[in-house]
Ligand binder design. Structure first.
Ligand code: UD1
Length: 424
């Protein structure tokens, strides 16, 4: 197993290019199950979550090829694969997002058997809203023996809401939208997720022949069509990777420029970084982040898009540990998502977690030590903390990080961090 070893205290400077969005790539790849003919998708990052979904799609009869320029070619020969409809436990248990094959399978192959993804360290993560939506379209669903098994003839358009206890659902919206594109008649999804990644999936589907309107709004209207064709598409830049690098610049009081960024997807993140005291300049597809030594504490509440993403919460927590005064983070999406707080405390942070709130008092310095990654974004937060900690930080269990960040340590090194991957 690999670990990342960081010698803290080096100010980051330079330019980094942001990859395509993992969370757009996953549902878009799954949506290729719906298309007749090959698709070429540009900008898909070379990370473990993509490899896991590729295996699931190959099991379902897909042919997947990564070209030297990073474009992924995905082809399904539907007539040969109609009897393949299972996403097995061995693969789904590696990555919860595997659930996004449910919608495409049920509408295109009329059967789906997808392992129940279960909970994970960031919280309970139920799939009741996914099931509610697919059922509303007319599928019969059984959830015994650890699998979601669905069957249907042609689905029928309907009106439904995806509002849950913690707001709407991102992948649930993707599943219902992909199921509805081939349904008979019109589907209206109320309380749909508005995340840029959901919008990207809708644009991809429209390019393939779907009829989706209301993209980016909380009501989506989907007029069912008979078939969809393969397309060439480029996915949006990863706003969470961009936000993570911005905080790498901020926490080291550095000066870095990010290329391939859509700053309009990062409004909540940029506003909070400015409130802390950073200078952020966006020009076209680049964003420059200029740190200093005069930061202010802030309060953050995670919310569905366009609010502060929960996937940036751990990174902000690391930064706020280094800002004098009291900051408060309230987690509204995954109320238990604070596993990284205990590890940051091991580095000398002053964090008190009370229910879904974390109270952070800035400390004069963090100290390097051994820390364990519990989940992808927690790992990003710990690496960021390591960049400013005194002495050396050993970040263990980085397989979580490799799920979502491509060569993170190499890209940080190029910006001046002293960081390496070591086989333990
Ligand atoms: C996606 C993202 C993940 C991000 C999350 C919230 C991908 C691959 N993953 O996950 O990185 O942190 O959005 O922005 O895109 N819920 C229910 N019932 C359901 C589904 C969800 O109650 O059927 C709850 C969840 O427990 C959570 C909230 O709704 O409290 C939001 O979860 P959801 O948007 O579904 O997260 P994912 O789509 O799984």
């Amino acid at each position: 197993m690999d670990k990342i070893v960081i010698e803290g205290g080096h100010r980051l400077e330079g330019t980094v290019r942001i990859n395509g969005a993992k969370n757009a790539a996953l549902p878009i790849m799954a949506a290729c199950l719906l298309l007749n003919g090959p698709s070429r998708i540009k900008g898909i990052p070379n990370i473990d979550d993509i490899h896991t979904l590729s295996k699931i799609l190959e099991n379902l009869g897909g042919q997947i090829k990564r070209n030297t320029d990073g474009t992924l070619e995905i082809t399904f020969m539907d007539r040969e694969n109609q009897d393949k409809f299972t996403a097995p436990y061995e693969l789904v248990s590696k990555m919860r997002a595997s659930i996004c094959v449910l919608g495409p399978l049920i509408t295109k192959r009329h059967k789906a058997k997808v392992s129940y993804p279960g909970g994970c360290v960031i919280g309970q993560r139920p799939v009741d809203l996914h099931i509610k939506g697919i059922k509303a379209l007319g599928a019969q669903i059984d959830t015994t023996e650890g699998y979601i098994t669905a069957s249907a003839d042609r689905l029928k358009g309907t009106e439904l809401s995806l509002k849950g206890e913690h707001g709407t659902t991102v992948l649930g919206t993707c599943n219902v939208m992909t199921a509805a594109v081939l349904a008979e008649g019109t589907t209206i999804i109320e309380d749909a997720a508005r995340e840029p990644e959901v919008q990207d999936l809708a644009r991809f589907l429209n390019k393939a022949g779907a009829k989706i309107t209301g993209i980016g709004e909380s009501t989506l209207t989907i007029e069912g069509v008979r078939e969809l064709h393969g397309v060439d598409y480029e996915i949006i830049p990863d706003r969470i990777e961009a936000g993570t690098f911005m905080i790498a610049g901020a926490i080291t009081r550095g000066n870095i420029t990010l290329e391939n960024v859509k700053s309009e997807h990062l409004t909540a993140v940029i506003d909070k970084l400015k409130e802390i005291g950073l200078e952020i300049i966006s020009v076209g597809n680049t964003v420059s982040v200029k740190g200093n030594n005069l930061y202010h504490p802030i309060d953050i509440t995670t919310m569905p898009y366009p609010g502060m993403p929960t996937d940036m919460q751990a990174q902000f927590m690391a930064l706020l540990c280094t800002v004098e005064g009291k900051s408060i983070i309230t987690e509204k999406i995954f109320p238990d998502r604070f596993m990284h707080a205990a590890e940051l405390r091991r580095m000398g942070a002053d964090i008190r977690v009370e229910g879904s709130c974390a109270v952070i008092k800035g400390v004069p310095f963090l100290s390097g030590t051994n820390v364990q990654v519990s989940d992808l974004r927690a790992g990003a937060g710990l690496v960021l903390a390591g960049l400013v900690a005194k002495d050396v930080t050993h970040v263990h269990r980085i397989y979580h990080l490799d799920r979502g960040y491509e060569r993170l340590e190499e890209r940080l090194s190029k910006l001046g961090a002293v960081v390496k991957r070591v086989d333990e």
